[in-house]
Write a protein that binds this ligand. Structure first.
Ligand code: FA5
Ligand code: MG
Length: 387
């Protein structure tokens, strides 16, 4: 069959991020210890959170304003720390166990065996505590291999918040430091939600993080579903002990900025944040939170199914990565719609891929070509047997 030449985004070869020079060849390499595709490298340095007229930047500024007006002691702010971090920063420093799934090549983008694209802004907690900061906000782009749908994207933005308490914050109150911090944390985040949204339906869920205990998630009701917008909790004592603060207590949170911005501006699909279409970008203004996004005419989705016998190394994230590499932002959702194992023990998966552009109508020809390319790539890259 004819091999068509692939159109590639032009990418610069050296970037400077947070004072660190990054060469493309250090981030994208044909090497088993590297799993970062060009499409991800192309997102480095985009810094949506530092653009005052982009929904992510507008939201960041509104959160800054909440903290500045509610705390006499101003939070230190960081928004240009380099996203390329060590395994130690991303995992060890926040007590992520050696066998935790988030460390796998399936979940995280590795530049080499010791360096990753941070998968959360928590990667900077420990070093900032060690440097002596006691209340701070860290905003940045984070990277994850993940499923594909309207609320998940392999690059998104988080804001980390940390606040350290000293014994005189709870001494004599009759309540222990952990309870004081947990109560303050929930009040702070509920206040933030009211500052941003006025009234919304929200609920707290108990959860687990290696770096906090107790741990919570906040969900907001959006587009007929509960949407998880942040994780938080009372910082594990071991993290404070290692930064010379064994007598203190702290809380920490990690906000998903796209998720909050989707609720705030009524943005229906996470891919839109990356759009340079003027019909998107011209709708937002520096400092304006009240704007509701008006979708430009909605183009129809087109669904294509693909079925194959999986092998032992198959993972859904690997499949999604192949689909993204072929279709980029033209893929809206990838969903497992059938899964069975035959008498010989072979397992078949059927995925339904939704193709839709946010900006224009796609032709049948274009979609068929994408689907054929996905079939080719799935066979050559994942070694599965298409049915
Ligand atoms: C974390 O990343 C923790 N580091 C948060 C945290 C910080 C907890 C400090 C405790 C203390 P989680 O993986 O749940 O947690 O992600 C946090 C938020 O990021 C989620 O609530 C969600 O809003 C957002 N998020 C996660 N994955 C994606 C994705 N693929 N696309 C867009 N947003 C995402
Ligand atoms: Mg979560």
């Amino acid at each position: 069959k004819l091999k068509r030449k692939k159109w590639r985004q032009p990418v610069v070869s050296v970037l400077e991020l947070g004072g660190v020079k990054i060469a493309r060849d250090d981030v994208v390499r044909d090497d088993p210890t590297n799993n970062i595709p060009d499409t991800i490298f192309a997102k480095l340095g985009m810094q949506l959170h530092r653009r005052d007229r982009h929904p992510i930047g507008i939201l960041k500024n509104a959160i800054y304003e909440y903290f500045d007006t509610n705390y006499s002691n101003k939070f230190d702010k960081f928004d240009d720390l380099c996203p390329l971090v060590s395994l130690k920063q991303n995992f060890d420093d926040v007590l992520v166990p050696a066998d935790h799934v988030s460390r796998s090549y399936n979940d995280t983008y590795y530049a080499d065996s010791r360096t990753v694209l941070r998968c959360h802004t928590s990667a900077h907690q420990a070093e900032l505590l060690r440097e002596g900061h006691t209340h701070f906000l860290v905003t940045g782009d984070v990277y994850r291999r993940d499923s594909i749908d309207s609320t998940h994207y392999p690059v998104f933005h988080q804001m980390e918040g940390v606040r350290v308490f000293s014994p005189n914050d709870w001494d004599g109150s009759g309540v222990d430091g952990t309870s004081v911090a947990a109560r303050d944390l929930k009040e702070c985040l509920e206040g933030l939600a009211r500052h941003l949204f006025g009234s919304v339906e929200m609920r707290w869920i108990d959860t687990y993080f290696p770096f906090t205990n107790p741990s919570f998630e906040l969900e907001i009701f959006f587009q007929e579903n509960w949407l998880e917008v942040l994780g938080c909790g009372v910082t594990e004592q071991e993290i404070l002990r290692r930064s010379g603060k064994e007598n203190n207590v702290a809380w920490a949170f990690g906000l998903g900025l796209e998720r909050l911005a989707m609720v705030l501006f009524d943005i229906p699909d996470i891919r839109l944040f990356w759009s340079s279409d003027e019909r998107f970008t011209s709708q937002f203004f520096s400092g304006q939170l009240g704007v509701k996004f008006k979708p430009f005419s909605k183009y129809p989705p087109c669904y294509k199914d693909i079925s194959f016998w999986i092998n032992e190394s198959f993972t859904e994230n690997n499949f999604c990565e192949v689909v993204r590499a072929v279709a980029g932002d033209l893929v809206e959702e990838v969903k497992l719609i059938d899964n069975f194992t035959n008498k010989k023990g072979m397992t078949s998966h059927c995925y339904r891929i939704a193709y839709r552009s946010m900006e224009r109508s796609l032709t049948d020809e274009e979609i068929n070509k994408l689907q054929w390319d996905v079939r080719d790539q799935v066979v050559s890259k994942l070694k599965v047997e298409v049915r």
